[in-house]
Structure formats: C-alpha cells, structure tokens
Design a protein around this ligand. Structure first.
Ligand SMILES: Nc1ncnc2c1ncn2[C@@H]1O[C@H](COP(=O)(O)OP(=O)(O)OP(=O)(O)O)[C@@H](O)[C@H]1O
Ligand SMILES: CC(C)(CO)[C@@H](O)C(=O)[O-]
Ligand code: BAL
Length: 290
C-alpha cells in the first residue's frame, strides 16, 4: 500500500526533546543513522560535519544532530553560563542541510538526579585539555555514550579541531565495544586561519583580530627541527598582550604523551585564553623525521 503522506511531510525534520520520544531506527531501508553530536551555536565547522554525515548516510539513511550544552563537561560555571544557545537559528541551519532528526533534550531529562555512574578514561585524558580542565573528558565520554545509547547511531562524526576528544572517543568505543563507527572530519577555518568555534563569537574585536596568530604560530613553529625549538618558536609567536597560554605541548599523535624527539607522528596543540574565552587549536607534524 503506497504511503499517502505528502512529500513535504515525509521530508520534515523531526525535533525531539524528550529522550523517550526518539524514533527507532527503521530496520530495513533506513539501515544507517549518522550522528553529529554538538553543543549548538552551529557554524560552518559543524555544517561540514553534517554534510559529511549526509553523504555517508545516503538517500536512505538518516542524519541525526544532537544539540545539548552538556553541563557535566564544564569545569567553569561562568563558561557554562556564557555558552551561546541560538536554538532557532540552529534548527534552521539543520533544516537547510537536510538533517532528519534533531535531538535537543533538557539536562533534567538526561541526567537522573541520583545518577552515580560515569565513563572515565584514564590515559589519553591526562594531558592537554584533560590536564587543565579537570573532569572535562569524563563528562564528554559520559554524555557521548549516553547519546549513542539513546540514538543508536551506526556512525558518528567528530571534528579534528577537538583532536584529543576524538582520540578519547575512539578509545572509549574500542575499550567498551560500542558498536558505533567513529568518523573524523578536518578542522574548518575562517579565511584568516582561525579555527571556527562557537566561542569565537564571544571575542571582542581586538581579541578577534589577534586570535589568528594561534594558527600562524603552529604552522611556522612546525618547520623547526627539534621539540624544544618547535615549542619555543610557537610560544613566542602566540604570546601577545591580549592573551594567555593555557597550555602548549608537543605530544605523540597516538598516545598524547609529550615527546622528546620527532621520530613519531606528533601533534602540536594549544589552548589560549582571550579574557575568559578559551580557544583550542592543533597541527599534526608528519611525516616522521629522524
Ligand atoms: N572548526 C571546526 N572544524 C571542524 N569541526 C569542528 C569545528 N568546530 C567544532 N567542530 C566539531 O563539532 C563538534 C561539536 O563541537 P562544539 O559544539 O563543541 O563546537 P565548537 O565550535 O567546538 O564549540 P566550542 O569549542 O566553543 O565549545 C565536535 O566534534 C567538534 O570537534
Ligand atoms: C561531543 C560533545 C557534543 C559532547 O558534549 C562536545 O564535547 C562537543 O561539542 O565537542
Ligand atoms: N568542543 C569542546 C566542547 C567544550 O569545550 O566543552
């Protein structure tokens, strides 16, 4: 019996707030659901992730986007309070990209008041952002696993701007046998090289004009031939009267531990404060030298 629904209704994007109302993944035709987890305030970086998901899902698969500012991954209450939440604009952007399902729950429906279980990663999360944002990646792993359990995606797309997050999610999926394929997408940048980030909107004009130095510094320093020279060059090029370096490290691209030489693929990674706005960026140094 043919479906009598008009095509515009068939194509409508579903917006789900209540976790209990998440539609099941149809078993036969729509066998894939590709999830893009976000905290909203969507920009071109997110939209590239969504386009990647759309391509992977194909015409019969589903693209799901979660928009949830996850309170348990914030180490500073002021950062959580100031996080931008332009939900209506986000929904319009998702519609324009052909997203099938947006999941945008309330924190109260996600976290039981009496919750006592979390996902803790104990190796990759000890350096870089994990060292300066205590508990951050426990919060990320816990919400991502909950999103996977709720939405049952076949695959999920994450950005390389959050390189450490991507590595930790891959580790979690491996260690806990989570049946979700993890797809990485490259960092999308403004025309002056600044990595797109929802927090960029909180920079004042002077800070915004200064911030591209982060990317320029990582690129120029990576031409140096020793870890010491790379770090010294990057530090000198990032530092300005507008900012404060939270961390700047050269780590093994796989273990995320600091390196003493350049014999393996490495990652030059930094977090930089402009006032109370914290920006991150990284640059992979390949191929192996020495
Ligand atoms: N510039 C970017 N290029 C590619 N992916 C990105 C970019 N910015 C964010 N992402 C990815 O989008 C997903 C959701 O990230 P999130 O919602 O935290 O956005 P964000 O811009 O990183 O915000 P912020 O860093 O201010 O928290 C993550 O997988 C993240 O890596
Ligand atoms: C993966 C994520 C959506 C979990 O809250 C968040 O850490 C982010 O936006 O990168
Ligand atoms: N994309 C990183 C999320 C956070 O800063 O909490």
């Amino acid at each position: 019996m043919p479906d009598a629904s008009p095509p515009e209704i068939l194509a409508a994007m579903r917006i789900v707030v209540d976790p209990a109302a998440i539609p099941a993944l149809p078993a036969l035709q729509q066998s894939s659901r590709i999830l893009v987890p976000t905290m909203g305030a969507l920009h071109e970086g997110h939209l590239e992730l969504i386009r990647r998901a759309r391509t992977l899902a194909g015409p019969n698969g589903e693209v799901a986007v979660s928009i949830f500012v996850n309170p348990i991954q914030f180490d500073r209450p002021d950062d959580l309070a100031a996080y931008p939440r332009p939900l209506e604009q986000d929904l319009e952007k998702c519609r324009a990209e052909g997203v099938d399902l947006v999941f945008t729950p309330e924190a109260s429906s996600i976290f039981h008041p009496d919750r006592s279980t979390a996902v803790l990663e104990s190796s990759l999360s000890k350096t870089l952002c994990g060292a300066t944002r205590p508990g951050h990646f426990d919060g990320v792993c816990t919400i991502v696993l909950k999103l996977f359990n709720l939405l049952q995606p076949t695959a999920a797309v994450f950005g390389e701007k959050d390189y450490q997050q991507l590595a930790i999610i891959r580790r979690m999926v491996r260690d806990l046998n989570v049946p979700v394929e993890i797809i990485a997408a490259p960092t999308v940048r403004e025309s002056d090289g600044l990595a797109m980030s929802s927090r960029n909107t909180r920079l004042n004009p002077t800070q915004r004009a200064d911030a591209p130095r982060i990317r320029q510094a990582l690129l120029s320093a990576s031409k140096e031939s020793s870890p010491e020279a790379i770090l010294a060059t990057a530090r000198a090029a990032i530092e300005s009267s507008e900012n404060r370096i939270d961390y700047l490290e050269l780590v093994d691209a796989e273990t995320l531990q600091p390196v003493e030489d350049l014999s393996c693929p490495t990652l030059l990674a930094t977090a930089v404060f402009y006032g109370d706005v914290r920006l991150i960026d990284n640059h992979s140094i390949r191929p192996c030298r020495n």
